[in-house]
Write a protein of this length. Structure first.
Length: 204
Protein backbone atom coordinates (compact mmCIF):
# COMPACT_ATOMS: atom_id res chain seq x y z
CA UNK A 1 0.00 0.00 0.00
CA UNK A 2 1.22 3.49 -0.89
CA UNK A 3 0.35 6.27 1.54
CA UNK A 4 -0.40 9.64 -0.09
CA UNK A 5 0.10 12.39 2.47
CA UNK A 6 -3.14 14.28 3.11
CA UNK A 7 -2.26 17.67 4.54
CA UNK A 8 -5.00 19.68 2.89
CA UNK A 9 -2.87 20.70 -0.09
CA UNK A 10 -1.83 19.05 -3.34
CA UNK A 11 -3.24 16.99 -6.18
CA UNK A 12 -3.93 13.96 -4.03
CA UNK A 13 -6.76 12.70 -6.25
CA UNK A 14 -4.63 12.98 -9.39
CA UNK A 15 -1.82 11.02 -7.76
CA UNK A 16 -4.20 8.34 -6.49
CA UNK A 17 -5.76 8.02 -9.95
CA UNK A 18 -2.32 7.70 -11.58
CA UNK A 19 -1.39 4.94 -9.14
CA UNK A 20 -4.67 3.17 -9.91
CA UNK A 21 -3.75 3.17 -13.62
CA UNK A 22 -0.58 1.34 -12.61
CA UNK A 23 -2.54 -1.20 -10.58
CA UNK A 24 -1.21 0.14 -7.27
CA UNK A 25 -3.23 0.89 -4.17
CA UNK A 26 -2.90 4.51 -3.07
CA UNK A 27 -4.51 5.67 0.15
CA UNK A 28 -4.92 9.39 0.84
CA UNK A 29 -4.35 9.68 4.57
CA UNK A 30 -3.13 11.57 7.61
CA UNK A 31 -3.55 8.52 9.86
CA UNK A 32 -0.27 7.41 11.49
CA UNK A 33 -1.32 3.76 11.28
CA UNK A 34 -1.60 4.00 7.49
CA UNK A 35 1.94 5.32 7.23
CA UNK A 36 3.14 2.46 9.41
CA UNK A 37 1.42 -0.09 7.13
CA UNK A 38 2.56 1.58 3.90
CA UNK A 39 5.50 0.35 1.88
CA UNK A 40 5.98 3.71 0.12
CA UNK A 41 5.01 7.34 0.84
CA UNK A 42 4.14 10.03 -1.72
CA UNK A 43 3.97 13.67 -0.69
CA UNK A 44 2.23 15.77 -3.39
CA UNK A 45 1.91 19.50 -3.06
CA UNK A 46 0.53 22.65 -4.62
CA UNK A 47 0.59 26.01 -2.87
CA UNK A 48 2.77 28.13 -0.64
CA UNK A 49 5.68 26.90 1.49
CA UNK A 50 4.49 28.50 4.80
CA UNK A 51 1.00 27.05 4.37
CA UNK A 52 2.40 23.59 3.70
CA UNK A 53 4.57 23.58 6.81
CA UNK A 54 1.76 24.95 8.95
CA UNK A 55 -0.62 22.21 7.79
CA UNK A 56 1.98 19.52 8.50
CA UNK A 57 2.51 20.88 11.99
CA UNK A 58 -1.17 21.32 12.81
CA UNK A 59 -1.97 17.79 11.64
CA UNK A 60 1.03 16.45 13.62
CA UNK A 61 2.36 14.68 10.56
CA UNK A 62 6.04 15.58 10.90
CA UNK A 63 6.90 13.06 13.66
CA UNK A 64 5.27 10.12 11.87
CA UNK A 65 6.88 11.05 8.54
CA UNK A 66 10.30 11.36 10.17
CA UNK A 67 9.87 7.98 11.82
CA UNK A 68 8.73 6.16 8.69
CA UNK A 69 11.07 7.89 6.21
CA UNK A 70 14.21 8.75 8.18
CA UNK A 71 14.21 5.84 10.64
CA UNK A 72 12.35 3.05 8.82
CA UNK A 73 13.77 4.30 5.51
CA UNK A 74 10.67 3.76 3.41
CA UNK A 75 10.87 5.06 -0.16
CA UNK A 76 9.55 8.63 -0.21
CA UNK A 77 8.63 10.83 -3.16
CA UNK A 78 7.95 14.56 -2.82
CA UNK A 79 6.19 16.21 -5.76
CA UNK A 80 6.40 19.97 -6.54
CA UNK A 81 5.79 21.72 -3.19
CA UNK A 82 6.30 18.30 -1.61
CA UNK A 83 9.87 18.43 -2.91
CA UNK A 84 10.43 22.03 -1.83
CA UNK A 85 9.31 21.35 1.74
CA UNK A 86 12.24 18.94 2.10
CA UNK A 87 14.55 21.95 2.24
CA UNK A 88 16.11 23.45 5.35
CA UNK A 89 14.13 26.63 4.83
CA UNK A 90 11.83 28.39 2.39
CA UNK A 91 11.86 32.05 1.39
CA UNK A 92 8.27 32.36 0.19
CA UNK A 93 6.34 34.94 2.22
CA UNK A 94 9.30 35.41 4.57
CA UNK A 95 11.62 32.76 5.93
CA UNK A 96 10.01 29.50 7.10
CA UNK A 97 11.71 26.44 8.51
CA UNK A 98 11.31 23.38 6.29
CA UNK A 99 11.58 19.68 7.06
CA UNK A 100 15.37 19.88 6.69
CA UNK A 101 15.74 16.44 5.12
CA UNK A 102 17.75 18.04 2.31
CA UNK A 103 20.17 20.87 3.09
CA UNK A 104 19.14 23.79 0.93
CA UNK A 105 16.64 26.57 0.37
CA UNK A 106 13.35 26.76 -1.50
CA UNK A 107 13.58 30.10 -3.28
CA UNK A 108 11.87 32.02 -6.05
CA UNK A 109 13.16 31.78 -9.60
CA UNK A 110 15.98 34.26 -10.26
CA UNK A 111 15.01 35.13 -13.81
CA UNK A 112 14.11 38.05 -16.03
CA UNK A 113 10.35 38.04 -15.66
CA UNK A 114 9.98 40.21 -18.77
CA UNK A 115 11.19 37.26 -20.85
CA UNK A 116 10.15 34.36 -18.63
CA UNK A 117 6.70 34.39 -17.11
CA UNK A 118 5.97 33.13 -13.63
CA UNK A 119 4.72 30.70 -12.68
CA UNK A 120 6.64 28.35 -14.96
CA UNK A 121 3.72 26.44 -16.48
CA UNK A 122 3.73 23.76 -19.13
CA UNK A 123 5.90 21.08 -20.69
CA UNK A 124 9.66 21.34 -20.49
CA UNK A 125 12.66 19.13 -21.15
CA UNK A 126 14.60 17.66 -18.24
CA UNK A 127 18.30 16.76 -18.32
CA UNK A 128 19.17 13.73 -16.18
CA UNK A 129 22.71 14.17 -14.88
CA UNK A 130 23.14 11.22 -12.52
CA UNK A 131 21.94 7.65 -12.34
CA UNK A 132 18.63 7.61 -10.55
CA UNK A 133 16.20 4.68 -10.41
CA UNK A 134 13.24 7.02 -11.01
CA UNK A 135 14.40 7.63 -14.58
CA UNK A 136 15.19 4.01 -15.49
CA UNK A 137 13.82 3.28 -18.95
CA UNK A 138 12.43 6.81 -19.41
CA UNK A 139 13.20 7.72 -23.03
CA UNK A 140 11.23 10.97 -23.26
CA UNK A 141 12.24 13.37 -20.47
CA UNK A 142 9.62 16.03 -21.14
CA UNK A 143 7.44 16.69 -18.09
CA UNK A 144 4.71 19.06 -16.93
CA UNK A 145 5.56 21.92 -14.54
CA UNK A 146 3.60 24.47 -12.49
CA UNK A 147 5.78 26.46 -10.07
CA UNK A 148 7.45 29.77 -9.20
CA UNK A 149 9.86 28.42 -6.58
CA UNK A 150 12.69 25.90 -6.78
CA UNK A 151 14.72 23.86 -4.31
CA UNK A 152 18.39 24.79 -4.42
CA UNK A 153 20.49 22.07 -2.72
CA UNK A 154 23.15 23.59 -0.50
CA UNK A 155 25.83 20.92 -0.20
CA UNK A 156 27.53 20.66 -3.57
CA UNK A 157 29.71 17.80 -2.30
CA UNK A 158 26.72 15.47 -2.02
CA UNK A 159 25.18 14.35 -5.29
CA UNK A 160 21.64 15.20 -4.32
CA UNK A 161 20.58 16.84 -7.58
CA UNK A 162 20.04 14.16 -10.22
CA UNK A 163 18.21 16.14 -12.92
CA UNK A 164 17.84 19.74 -14.01
CA UNK A 165 15.83 21.97 -16.29
CA UNK A 166 16.43 25.42 -17.79
CA UNK A 167 13.87 28.20 -17.58
CA UNK A 168 15.72 31.50 -17.40
CA UNK A 169 18.15 29.71 -15.10
CA UNK A 170 19.09 26.08 -14.53
CA UNK A 171 17.31 24.59 -11.53
CA UNK A 172 17.05 21.26 -9.72
CA UNK A 173 14.30 19.19 -11.24
CA UNK A 174 14.85 15.95 -9.34
CA UNK A 175 16.77 15.03 -6.22
CA UNK A 176 17.72 11.83 -4.46
CA UNK A 177 19.13 11.40 -0.98
CA UNK A 178 19.22 7.69 -0.20
CA UNK A 179 15.54 6.64 0.09
CA UNK A 180 14.26 10.22 -0.32
CA UNK A 181 13.29 11.40 -3.80
CA UNK A 182 11.82 14.65 -5.04
CA UNK A 183 10.62 15.91 -8.42
CA UNK A 184 9.69 19.50 -9.24
CA UNK A 185 7.47 18.45 -12.15
CA UNK A 186 4.14 16.66 -11.84
CA UNK A 187 4.51 13.00 -12.87
CA UNK A 188 0.77 12.45 -12.38
CA UNK A 189 0.15 15.00 -15.17
CA UNK A 190 3.03 13.99 -17.42
CA UNK A 191 1.39 11.16 -19.34
CA UNK A 192 3.48 8.08 -20.22
CA UNK A 193 6.81 9.38 -18.94
CA UNK A 194 5.24 10.51 -15.68
CA UNK A 195 3.54 7.17 -15.16
CA UNK A 196 6.88 5.45 -15.73
CA UNK A 197 8.46 7.66 -13.04
CA UNK A 198 5.71 6.57 -10.63
CA UNK A 199 6.06 2.92 -11.67
CA UNK A 200 9.80 3.06 -11.03
CA UNK A 201 9.16 4.57 -7.62
CA UNK A 202 6.64 1.95 -6.51
CA UNK A 203 8.98 -0.79 -7.77
CA UNK A 204 11.76 0.37 -5.44
Amino acid sequence: MIAIVDYGMGNVASVRNALALLGAEGVVTSNPEDFERATHIIFPGVGAFPDGMRELQERRLIPVLEREVLESRKPFLGICLGMQLLATRGEEGGETKGLGWVQGVARKFRIDEKNFRLPHIGWDDVSVSSECPLFAGVSSTVFYFVHSYVLEPQNKDVHVQVASCSYGETFATAIQKENIFGVQFHPEKSQKSGLLILRNFINL
